[in-house]
Design a protein around this ligand. Structure first.
Ligand code: RFL
Length: 406
């Protein structure tokens, strides 16, 4: 919500150069970058610390994002503990097709569950770099983000009182359901894309069935396996959008996974208890611009990219690096060039990644579209990845990430 004035008569009770709304990967990274530069900021988060540190979502991190974290002193545990992946495997037409992307790009994917990264970032921000953070706040509101003196208010969970924080800049990092994006809804242009496809997102208490990511492009629908660690594995099954996870009991899930990931010579799937089962409707959006007065949006607050290409966390981190650096330059040196160019340069990267996600969606789902023509072109696209070095190189480049171009 945007209110014209924070509190009719009461003065702001706290003052920070930057208020960061949201303690996800984007908000915590902005906070860490600012603290490292010596800029004070306050992070506001509606959930508890325990909740954000346990939320399992992403797991695949691109090499440029890892290097970006490393340069900012944020990759210690990740470098020590993450799995390095050098290849993935497509399964289609009854066969297994290994795609060795490291050989083509010299790059790897890093597999590190998002909740581990968030845990590292919270610790670094709050416990090591001494950043201020309030967890469990309620009813966050933005006030006058277009003015020179914006403020943010929230209801304190302990006292139940509304607290007001005066600031110079607001970083809107509160994800797809946050208040910062909603506060500019009337002024923003929002481009949306709905794939008309659902994914049943599963976490199985079982070691991975293969040490690489598997993509099953099957006439019955897409299936995927993404290793997350020695004891937990993520699986996906294409399903109708809005499907009820209750329609997917244990036996049905494993039967479908075996069918869609089945291929000659494939190792059997390692079954385990399903500890998460939720249906994600595949959709994207992009909010333009990403800057409104002194409010700067980052991560899912600005753009959502369906998990098809595993890019959302990566985009959130690239935004956060750029925003943290730009805010520090503006506040410490009076250099506003980074902030001026922030929205346009992030959006070029976001659209590039959205286009890849859309392209990849056809590769994953075209065989099951119920349209023999699309099934035929999808199979041709899949075969081309393994017969044309140019097509393989183009895919590998985008799969591994093109972020440094922007
Ligand atoms: P987040 O992580 O949603 O964090 C936003 C934070 O803001 C808080 N919040 C508020 N705080 C204060 N005031 C309010 N009014 C607030 N409203 C909300 C929330 O509680 C939360 O703590 O956004 P951020 O930081 O932009 O990070 C984005 C990523 O989390 C997201 O893009 C990825 O998880 C997407 N994604 C994947 N991305 C990848 O790069 N690789 C993957 O392999 C990958 N797998 C996935 C995914 C997303 C998934 N789901 C659940 C949609 C797998 C799944 C299943």
């Amino acid at each position: 919500m945007t209110d014209a004035s924070p509190h009719a008569n009461s003065p702001a009770t706290q003052r920070f150069p930057v208020v960061v709304v949201g303690a996800g990967p984007a908000g915590l990274t902005v906070g860490c970058v600012l603290r490292a530069a010596g800029v004070d900021c306050l992070v506001l988060e509606t959930e508890t610390r325990e909740f954000v540190e346990r939320l399992p979502r992403a797991g695949v991190i691109e090499e440029p994002a890892v290097r970006g974290l490393e340069r900012r002193g944020l990759a210690g545990n990740l470098l020590e503990r993450a799995q390095r992946h050098t290849a993935c495997e497509f399964r289609f037409d009854g066969g297994r097709h290994r795609f060795a992307y490291e050989e083509l790009t010299g790059r790897r994917h890093w597999v590190y569950p998002q909740q581990f990264l968030v845990t590292d970032l919270v610790r670094e921000y709050a416990d090591v770099r001494g950043g201020a953070v309030r967890f469990g706040v309620r009813d966050v509101r933005l006030h006058e983000p277009d003015s020179d003196r914006p403020s943010v208010s929230y209801v304190c969970p302990e006292s139940g009182r509304r607290e007001v924080v005066a600031c110079e800049f607001v970083a809107g990092c509160d994800g797809s359901r946050g208040v910062t994006r909603a506060s500019v809804a009337e002024r923003a242009a929002v481009a949306r894309h709905d794939y008309g496809i659902g994914w049943l997102a599963l976490l199985a208490e079982a070691p991975p069935s293969a040490d690489r990511v598997l993509f099953g492009c099957h006439p019955d629908g897409f299936a995927g396996q993404m290793p997350r660690g020695p004891e937990v594995t993520r699986y996906y099954l294409q399903c109708p959008p809005g499907d009820d996870p209750g329609n997917w009991p244990h036996e049905r899930v494993w039967t479908e996974l075996r069918r869609r990931l089945g291929a000659a010579g494939a190792e059997p799937l390692t079954e385990g208890r399903l500890i998460e089962k939720r249906v994600l409707d595949m959709h994207d959006y992009v909010t333009e611009p990403m800057a409104f007065g002194r409010l700067y949006l980052a991560g899912d607050a600005a753009h959502l990219v369906a998990p098809i290409a595993a890019k959302g966390l990566n985009l959130a981190l690239y935004d956060a690096f750029a925003l943290g650096d730009a805010l520090a330059a503006r506040l410490l040196k009076g250099d506003g060039t980074g902030l001026d160019g922030y929205s346009a340069s992030c959006l070029r990267r976001v659209w590039d990644y959205q286009e890849f996600s859309q392209w990849l969606s056809e590769l994953y789902h075209g065989s099951a579209a119920g349209d023999p023509f699309r099934a035929g072109t999808t199979l041709a696209r899949l075969r081309r990845l393994f017969s044309s070095p140019a097509a393989a190189a183009a895919f590998a480049e985008r799969y591994l990430g093109t972020a440094e171009r922007y």
